[in-house]
Design a protein around this ligand. Structure first.
Ligand code: AMP
Length: 449
């Protein structure tokens, strides 16, 4: 007799569920309400300054085809080699979460024919970027950048203006002690000779380099110059410097940039070891450092020219320059130097209601006050007047509007002055004007236009 195996039907089979992990992924974090005033300050300052310096806002998707990044940022870079979040979609596309904003902006510039706009085309963008790095202080797997790019101008005056914008942002955010570091890594023509010279030098010091740098020598030798390992820094200190091996065009470009910077009185130094981690840079590179910080230092932002990138991607030959700040690092520095966060407007009025009829009316009154720019607090869920007044006191409002059963039927509201305790009853249709008058003109919190 044949014994039939008992097979559980799909319906009866229980799939063991993975436990729910109530925690952000490693290297990622929530931006909690408490911290938002700092973020708001960065948002407002960068948006305002971007407008004042003629930048147009551009938002691009978080996901792009992954070869957009591998080709532009470069195969031999840390970002592409180790840090990209890459995956294949259900449709079979190879995509990646953006590790920076410039590549997507360039893609958009070409795709949307922005080359017809008057030059330079200045683009401001901001949002999260993703790098699968080893998380540590100031280094996250998701961090936010504010990014400025300008297309179509090769005059070094634009380089100077970009450095000026970067400096202005940091100063406006209250970080006063800051140092701009600049360098020129030349164009592909002069870099070829310089690279050869550098590789020869590094070969002679190979034994003194860390494992990563031994590998970098073949893929990206310039990166050896900004390796943080002590032994590599010692080798880098005596290495040939790119500024001494620039072609005539790059030399004049750099010299003119320095003249502009001198004119601007910006606190800058030439750092011959500054090379930046992305392959697309040409000529000017720069970084922003807090100059007051002791101990372990991290750059607040950086950028440079990328004159060949748009053409390499398939667009017209278009010189370009850009830079980005890491928002988390900027905010950490703001906190360290006790820079002021954005001050959220505080309500001056509290709307209290008593009884069902009043509760129904209160939503409409609240909306009337809001439409007239009078920032009002409420606690509609609470029934007792005592507890509502307690909240009003805690908030430190100037007036509490009390709407009870009687007032609702009469079409009136009680206006209680929270400082003197005086009360008056006013008709509902006069309420907005009266409150506006009472809150001295400069005290009226107009929080929207
Ligand atoms: P980059 O795109 O590498 O030139 O970085 C620009 C700026 O972003 C840096 O100067 C940092 O302020 C910030 N940044 C870069 N990588 C990270 C990271 N992993 N975590 C936090 N901030 C970062």
């Amino acid at each position: 007799m044949i014994k039939l195996k008992k097979v559980k039907s799909a319906k009866t089979m229980k799939v063991k569920e993975e436990p729910l992990v109530l925690h952000t992924l490693r290297g990622m974090k929530d931006i909690l309400p408490n911290d938002q005033p700092y973020w708001e300050q960065v948002r407002r300052t960068t948006e305002r300054l971007s407008r004042e310096y003629g930048f147009l806002r551009l938002d691009t998707p978080l996901l792009e085809f992954s070869n957009l990044f591998t080709r532009s940022i470069g195969e031999g870079t840390d970002i592409v080699e180790k840090e990209m979040y890459t995956f294949v979609t259900r449709g079979g596309d190879k995509v990646a979460l953006r590790p920076e904003l410039t590549a997507g902006n360039c893609r958009s510039y070409i795709q949307n024919g922005m080359n017809v706009l008057s030059k330079p085309v200045k683009i401001f963008s901001t949002g999260p970027v993703y790098r699968y790095d080893r998380p540590q202080e100031g280094r996250y797997r998701e961090h936010y950048q504010v990014n400025f790019d300008a297309y179509g101008e090769q005059d070094p005056i634009l380089d100077a203006q970009m450095i000026q914008v970067a400096h202005r942002i940091i100063q406006t955010l209250g970080i006063k002690s800051v140092q701009m570091q600049v360098n020129s890594i030349g164009c592909p023509a002069c870099r070829k000779d310089y690279r050869e010279l550098l590789v020869n030098y590094l070969e002679s010091k190979k034994l003194k380099l860390c494992q990563d740098c031994k590998r970098r020598m073949g893929t990206n030798p310039l990166r050896v110059l900004d390796c943080k390992e002590d032994k590599c820094s010692q080798v880098a200190a005596l290495a040939p410097q790119s500024v001494d091996h620039l072609c005539e065009e790059c030399r004049v470009h750099f010299k003119t940039l320095l003249e502009y910077l001198d004119e601007l009185d910006l606190p800058y130094i030439i750092n011959p070891h500054l090379v930046r981690g992305l392959d697309y840079y040409t000529k000017t590179v720069f970084e922003v450092w807090s100059s007051a910080e002791e101990g372990k230092k991290l750059s607040l932002g950086g950028g440079g020219r990328y004159d060949k990138l748009i053409k390499m991607m398939g667009g017209e030959d278009t010189p370009a320059i850009g830079f980005a700040f890491g928002v988390e690092r900027v905010i950490a520095e703001m906190k360290r130097v006790q820079a002021k966060p954005y001050k959220l407007p505080r309500p001056k009025v509290f709307l209290a209601q008593l009884g069902n009829l009043a509760k129904k009316k209160s939503l409409r009154i609240f909306s009337e006050l809001e439409k007239n720019g009078i920032l009002t607090a409420e606690s509609f869920g609470r029934g007792s007047l005592k507890s509502q007044l307690r909240i009003a006191n805690k908030l430190g409002v100037e007036f509490t509007l009390i709407l009870g059963q009687k007032e609702t039927l009469d079409g009136t509201v009680i206006v209680k002055n929270m400082i003197t305790g005086a009360q008056e009853t006013v008709s509902m249709d006069k309420l907005v004007d009266l409150i506006k008058k009472k809150l001295k003109a400069d005290n009226v919190v107009v929080y929207h236009n």
